[in-house]
Design a protein around this ligand. Structure first.
Ligand code: ASP
Ligand code: MG
Length: 418
């Protein structure tokens, strides 16, 4: 069996869903289709959750109306009216959301967030499953919350692999269908409370299902031709890479490339299931394949992280940077969930490049007690993998380099923003 994942962009309009239908029709079966919320609906549901939680009834009502209008217009574009009986699970689901919004919220935002935001995937899969059935591609809709079991760490839930394996194998039997449609990004606790796996988590859902059901392959359908060697919005001459290893792809997402949700690769690697990244705009093109062995990477890879801060700490008491200092500093970073993207130490200095976050300033204040702190705000971190000196020279032309770190595979530069 195979798993295919369709992200929000592949279902953002009636035309997009018609295109998705053509792809699904042509796929080998048995197959499980994993679908995200339509278009940018997860952002819209996030706003709805905030209005609901803060008791803002007017904005909550308007936001709900916008969400309903958006889905209704897609339904009109697909079915021509709202009458078709295949749509009744969707309308039932809308009533469930309306009922929830009538109740008072609890005091736990992350819990309320998951209860509301998960409707994005429920809506999209009801519409898509109905449209596929209506257009002759028969399929069964599965509520993934019943089978993808997690703990109750809302907004970033952890999978209960044992229970998930048992329940998925019992549910996705393919005994009376060769095609299932289910939700990405969401799961359920043992007591059937909805959870989510973290933003952009549908890739991970596809990998979980692929892993548990021993898929031959998992395919992620995107609006780019595959994995590129750079973000085309930043580097217009970005090129597609035909094949990558799991390890290389894990490294790329670690350095900040937004290729695939970082948790996706490990389960696939453990069972050696290849991951294909393909364009839903050009379904017959081969895209990128990620597997154990890959061909040598023919081009350098560029990853640019914006919104960074470069911090340098030096002990105030004229001592050196010792293991003891290091462990204290790192513990503080970890407690404050500040991610370190680059780290350098010397006898007197400890330098890191970190994501800018609201709590950074208060953390810096705490550090000032023991360290003198210097920082450059608003810098960028450029990582070049598989570099040559010529490539570095080209990319750094006209850029101000504040710091750098060069290892065998990576050349990394902290740059002044331009
Ligand atoms: N719909 C969710 C999000 O936008 C999950 C996903 O798209 O992967 O974050
Ligand atoms: Mg999405």
């Amino acid at each position: 069996m195979q798993v295919s994942k369709f992200g929000g962009a592949s279902a953002k309009s009636a035309d997009a869903v018609k295109n998705l239908f053509k792809i699904v029709e042509s796929l080998d079966k048995p197959q499980v289709i994993v679908v995200s919320a339509m278009g940018k609906m997860t952002n819209a549901f996030e706003t709805l959750a905030q209005y609901y939680f803060s008791g803002n009834r007017v904005d909550c009502k308007n936001q709900l109306q916008q969400i309903k209008d958006y889905h209704h217009s897609i339904i009109m574009g697909l079915f021509g009216d709202f009458e078709n009986a295949v749509l009744s699970p969707f309308f039932e689901c809308v009533r469930m959301l309306e009922g929830r919004l009538e109740q008072f919220p609890s005091m736990h935002f992350d819990y309320e967030y998951d209860q509301i935001v998960s409707f994005g995937e429920m809506f999209s899969t009801h519409i898509i499953s109905a449209y596929l059935n209506y257009s002759g591609v028969s399929n069964k809709w599965v509520d993934v919350r019943q089978v993808l079991k997690t703990d109750d760490f809302y907004r970033d839930a952890n999978v209960d692999w044992e229970m998930t394996t048992k329940l998925m194998n019992r549910t996705f039997t393919f005994s009376d269908t060769s095609l299932y449609v289910t939700q990405g990004f969401i799961g359920g606790t043992l007591s059937n409370i909805s959870t989510t796996l973290g933003r952009e988590g549908s890739d991970y859902s596809a990998a979980i299902i692929g892993y548990v059901l021993n898929a031959e392959r998992v395919t992620v359908w995107k609006d780019v031709p595959g994995i590129l060697n750079a973000d085309p919005r930043i580097f217009p001459d970005a090129e597609k890479i035909d094949s990558l290893s799991y390890a290389e792809t894990i490294e790329l997402s670690y350095y900040g490339a937004q290729v695939i949700h970082p948790k996706t690769l490990k389960p696939l690697q453990n069972k050696q299931i290849p991951l294909f990244v393909k364009s839903f705009l050009d379904k017959d093109r081969p895209g990128t394949v990620i597997r154990q062995e890959s061909q040598p990477i023919p081009v350098p890879i560029f990853i640019l992280k914006r919104d960074q801060m470069l911090l340098t700490l030096s002990p105030r008491d004229f001592s050196f940077i010792t293991e003891e200092n290091l462990s204290k500093i790192l513990a503080l970073f970890s407690q404050n969930h500040v991610r370190i993207n680059l780290l350098q130490t010397s006898a007197l200095n400890f330098t890191v490049c970190v994501d800018r976050r609201e709590n950074l300033i208060s953390m810096v204040e705490k550090l000032k007690e023991f360290y003198s702190v210097r920082y450059n705000d608003q810098v960028e971190l450029l990582t070049i993998r598989h570099f040559s000196q010529q490539v570095i020279d080209e990319k750094l032309k006209e850029r101000v380099v504040i710091d750098s770190q060069v290892t065998r595979k990576n050349a990394r530069f902290v740059l002044q923003s331009c």
